[in-house]
Design a protein around this ligand. Structure first.
Ligand code: TUI
Length: 328
């Protein structure tokens, strides 16, 4: 697969159209200015964050998480009230409400759907018939190929540097392997937090990036201040993965809860026995600011996130840096 971004770049430089810099099949497909997608983070990515990212020229996502369909319908309507730029919804496939959310996005005329934590095959026909751009998040080449076969418009290849539910492969190894395996555009995710990461992702063949952790500390992000402060103070090795022994690996910042979880996991406790430690604990951290007992999902780039900024400041700064590195 030739690097589509470089092709665009050459054509555009020839035409002298510098404003077209870093356009790709993804910016075209989604009708967005910058190749930046905000992760659909559970409990975090609600209407304010999604609208702010979209207004700043990226693609804002509402995170479906474990929320009922009607909550997501309300978020969708609130985003539409404040922006007419494109935005999307992430359907978290492990949610008990996934069927409802999958239907609500069709009813509300959402243009872009991403999926996470599973295989979205059973919804693909319904979404494609509704004209929705479908972008599954994948953690393996096998699922990327399968999604292409089922009509996905693009895939997000997410490496295990990401926060939250993760796969096994790193971004550096997964992205080029997925790029080589499919013809649809690939969006890189996991461990990308600034313009250097964006430039590197494009060099791996990605045509856009998805970022969560950097947007966690955006001024428009409603996550509790304690959560933001914890991310801002985090160092390079402050995240850890719990749940590997049960096949549900989740990356978050180390705290009393993750230490206890790890200890019990090493003792061989079952998933059911450990569930009490995490049930409702993401909400507790995000909304109540309990970053000691709560689940503080964040990716490995937390160590690089040093200040609160608006979504526009974050996106403009990263695009400027990426542009400089890629020889604008
Ligand atoms: O989905 C995510 N990240 C998430 S979802 C989430 S909500 C949650 N809350 C508490 C516990 C667990 C989750 C928090 N973070 N990222 C996308 C992603 N999808 N990463 C990895 C995958 C994935 C993994 C395996 C997708 C498909 C898959 O296998 C499907 C199959 O059938 O092979």
């Amino acid at each position: 697969m030739p690097c589509t971004f470089l092709l665009y770049r050459k054509q555009n430089l020839q035409k002298g159209m510098m404003e077209e810099f870093m356009k790709s099949r993804i910016t075209q497909l989604l009708g967005i200015e910058h190749p930046i997608i905000q992760g659909g983070m559970a409990w975090v990515a609600e209407n304010h964050l999604a609208a702010a990212v979209s207004e700043a020229g990226g693609l804002g996502l509402i995170g479906g998480a474990n929320a009922p369909g009607e909550v997501i319908r309300d978020y969708i309507r609130k985003v539409k009230e404040v922006t007419d730029k494109p935005f999307g919804v992430n359907v978290m496939l492990m949610s008990p409400h996934a069927d409802d959310v999958a239907r609500v996005v069709v009813e509300e005329g959402v243009k872009v759907v991403t999926t996470g934590a599973g295989n979205p095959e059973k919804y693909m026909d319904m979404w494609k018939e509704a004209g929705i751009r479908v972008i599954p998040v994948v953690a393996s080449v096998a699922l990327a190929k399968r999604m292409e076969k089922y009509g996905a418009d693009a895939v997000v290849a997410e490496g295990c540097e990401s926060g939250g539910h993760i796969g096994e492969a790193t971004t550096m190894t997964l992205v080029p392997q997925v790029v080589d395996a499919v013809s649809i555009p690939v969006i890189a995710a996991g461990g990308i937090g600034d313009g250097r990461g964006i430039a590197a992702a494009f060099m791996l063949g990605a045509e856009a990036v998805q970022m969560g952790t950097r947007f966690l500390v955006a001024k428009e992000c409603v996550v509790h201040q304690n959560y933001k402060d914890r991310v801002i103070k985090a160092k390079d090795i402050d995240s850890t993965v719990t749940g590997r022994s049960h096949g549900h690996p989740v990356r978050g910042l180390r705290n009393q809860m993750t230490r206890e979880y790890t200890r019990l996991e090493q003792e061989g406790k079952s998933f059911e026995e450990l569930e009490y430690l995490t049930l409702g604990m993401l909400r507790k951290a995000v909304q109540e600011g309990d970053v000691v007992h709560g689940t503080v999902m964040a990716g490995q780039i937390a160590g690089m996130v040093s200040k609160e900024q608006t979504c526009k400041e974050i996106i403009d700064e990263m695009m400027e840096q990426a542009g400089r590195l890629l020889g604008r």
